[in-house]
Design a protein around this ligand. Structure first.
Ligand code: SAH
Length: 688
């Protein structure tokens, strides 16, 4: 069997479907999975164990046999907890074949073969009866099927089915209940992830303001969840407008309904302000009394002593369809609607007649298309006025009254800036029909639709007629392309620049004139957990899982770097930042590979978990923008990262620890290779 995997080709900027062996898909899934992170989540594990012990005792006290159904067993962990707590038998259901196979091995290794039956099925396919997968219905239902939004992984339909067909009435459930909490806030920073703010351009002939079409301003955006590490959001970046309230709760021990529904609460604003964002998280009670509680509450809500870092459960940011002014003390009502898998929010002024009215609110759908073209970090980047001003300053330096400008970037504001700053003629190459359509609306809203020509063509198909037989004197790019995953994928700009060479004037200015790849060795505060082996978890040997992850990581000959938005994951620098390679956009892409080798000294003590890599763009000689490190803030080496971009993280296979600087190793060697044929970068690091 073959699997086709979609991957962006950095040399063509296009999505390509690559044929991979049948193993590929699951290796990728396991190597990048959250299983390790869950097994490192001590708080979660301890509380599940306590909850399971309590549920088994309650059943035993009633004189019944304890029959457990564990849906989504993964490594088999929760079933092993149940068996250890004295359960008579456990049915451990796991739909993902490689995990079910691993669970069989782990259960066996830990000596629970007689007590736990692993069933490799989706729970809705499980049969009950003398010839079925399960002999009888279970009286304890254990699951861990939650994502950051609680219901996004299909917990509700799974529970609904299990109560109908797989468990007894009045069964015990671990967790027993979940509660979803909300808090209303105003936040320019978060609001900038869903709306485009007016852009100010100080041109020589006065200030110009670029606005977005009203259609975009009114658009609610896309329904996909925005889950982030809210604990990295400083209090200065938002204003709290309401108390934390419970939006709804689910009792997992009773039949669950997954059908779409709405919930409504009244809020009394603590402050006047603009209601823009609903922050949300959940907690679960492992037992009916609520004594064993596992909470995702952010730092300003819960005490730091109960704090557990985790990446598999974070917090959610919901964007209200429009910002609503609220007055202190004047009640508003907040509606949460959900379907089987997702949630969305709406805010209304409280009026009596409305209380009785049907409160069903439609799920947000992007009608303006901008939310399809720009994801949330991209909105944030376009709204970053500091960044924009670097581009403005650079464009002002290079543009002349007779400049013919070609822009190559997806859905960029650069063509508008170039026009405002006095270019004689501006062309923009747009890769997709969505970006063409969004740019068209954008230009129309600013009355410049006849000033900028949109060319819907791939660079290699650009013809003189597209350019009205003109030669390009200024070629610009941010660069930014929607298909880029890793920082260097935006080097597609270089390939595009190479493809359009015949259309460039001999004295063309290319902006950015070059890019450079940078690297730094870091110690992560927490992110290391997601790729670190567990060994044992609550006394159970889960090394089989570690081996399986390691095997999947080694599946490709060279380990790959992975993208992470590091503003969410604190780390400290252990080396100085190092420039590794430069890419000269004034020249075409060379035929040969670009590579470099060297070593970087460790300047602080700590654990070298890995290397972070990012790109910097040198717009003109003395102006550059970084998509990675912004600065190192203090003598401890705390790093500040570009909040709109993902950086590349290469985790070392073993952690290099240096307690004192005189300890070895004091340096890490590297070998980096940029393959100009594939556009990919491979790398290798070794402690010296
Ligand atoms: N119970 C483990 C793993 C939880 S991860 C632990 O707590 O450590 C959730 C697992 O559930 C995943 O492996 C996923 O493949 C599986 N899963 C989700 N829904 C399922 C369903 N309805 N039936 C069977 N497996 C399911």
């Amino acid at each position: 069997m073959k699997t086709f995997c979609g991957r962006a080709n950095p040399t063509t900027g296009a999505m390509e479907w690559l044929e991979e062996g049948e193993d590929y898909d699951y290796h990728q899934e396991i190597a990048r999975s959250r299983y390790a992170d869950m097994l490192h989540d001590k708080d979660r594990n301890v509380k599940y164990y306590e909850g399971i012990r309590a549920a088994v005792s309650r059943v035993k006290e009633r004189g019944e046999k304890a029959i457990v159904l564990d849906i989504g067993t993964g490594t088999g962990l929760l079933s092993m907890m149940a068996a250890s707590a004295g359960a008579d038998f456990c049915y451990a259901v796991e739909v993902f074949k490689p995990m079910a196979d691993a669970a069989v091995k782990i259960v066996e290794k830990n000596g629970f073969r007689d007590k736990i039956k692993v069933i490799n099925k989706h729970s809705t396919e499980v049969t009950v009866g003398p010839d079925g997968d399960m002999q009888c219905r279970a009286n304890i239902l254990v699951t861990e099927l939650f994502d950051t939004e609680l219901i996004g992984e299909g917990a509700l339909p799974t529970y609904e089915h299990a109560h109908k067909y797989l468990v007894q009435e009045g069964c015990e459930a671990v967790p027993h209940r979940a509660r979803v909490y909300v808090q209303l806030v105003e936040s320019k920073r978060m609001w900038s992830w869903n709306k485009l703010f007016p852009v100010r351009v100080e041109a020589e002939d006065g200030e110009k303001i670029i606005v977005s079409p009203s259609e975009m301003e009114k658009c609610p955006g896309v329904p996909s969840v925005c889950d982030i590490q809210l604990n990295q959001m400083p209090l200065s970046d938002f204003t709290i407008l309401s108390d934390v309230v419970t939006m709804f709760s689910v009792d997992f021990s009773k039949p669950v309904r997954s059908a779409s529904t709405c919930y409504r609460v009244q809020l009394e604003p603590l402050k006047s302000g603009k209601a823009q964002i609903v922050l949300s998280w959940w907690d679960i009670d492992m037992d009916p009394s609520g004594m064993i509680n596992c909470s995702m509450a952010p730092y300003w809500v819960k005490s730091s002593s109960s704090f557990q870092w985790r990446d598999h459960w974070m917090q959610c940011v919901y964007f209200l369809p429009n910002e609503e002014p609220v007055l202190q003390g004047e009640k508003v009502s907040l509606t949460a609607c959900r379907d089987e898998y997702s949630l969305w929010y709406n805010l209304q002024k409280v009026r009596e007649e409305e209380n009785k009215a049907d409160i069903r609110v439609e799920s947000p759908v992007c009608r303006c298309q901008a939310h399809l073209l720009w994801n949330r970090p991209r909105f944030g980047e376009l709204n970053d006025q500091n960044r924009t001003s670097q581009y403005i300053k650079s464009l002002m330096k290079v543009l002349k009254a007779d400049s013919v400008c070609l822009c190559i970037s997806d859905g960029s504001l650069l063509p508008v800036l170039a026009h405002c700053l006095g270019a004689k003629q501006v062309f923009t190459l747009e890769n997709s029909s969505v970006s063409c359509s969004v740019m068209k609306k954008f230009f129309r809203a600013n009355n410049i639709e006849d000033k900028i020509k949109i060319i819907e063509a791939r660079p290699e198909l650009l013809s003189s007629s597209h350019l009205e037989d003109k030669k390009i004197s200024v070629l610009v790019g941010e660069p930014f392309f929607t298909t880029s995953l890793l920082p260097w994928h935006n080097l597609y700009f270089w390939y595009a620049r190479t493809a359009v060479t015949s259309h460039l004037a001999s004295n063309v200015t290319v902006l950015p004139q070059s890019a450079s790849l940078h690297m730094m060795i870091v110690e992560f505060q927490d992110l290391w957990r997601i790729r670190s082996p567990c060994g044992t978890c609550e006394g159970f040997d889960v090394q089989t899982m570690d081996d399986m992850i390691q095997n999947s990581l080694n599946f490709r000959e060279s380990k790959e770097a992975e993208p992470h938005p590091l503003w969410e994951y604190p780390c400290k620098s252990l080396s100085d930042p190092q420039q590794l390679l430069t890419f000269d956009f004034r020249e075409t892409v060379p035929q040969h590979c670009l590579s470099t080798e060297g070593s970087v000294n460790l300047v602080r003590k700590g654990k070298s978990h890995g290397a972070v890599l990012w790109m910097e763009y040198n717009l003109i000689a003395d102006i550059s923008v970084s998509t990675g490190l912004m600065h190192i803030s203090n003598e401890k080496g705390n790093c500040e990262w570009n909040p709109h971009c993902k950086q590349a993280v290469y985790f070392f296979s073993s952690v290099i620890e240096s307690e004192t600087l005189s300890d070895l190793p004091s340096a890490v060697t590297y070998a980096i290779n940029f393959n100009t044929k594939t556009g990919e970068i491979t790398m290798d690091f070794k402690p010296l």
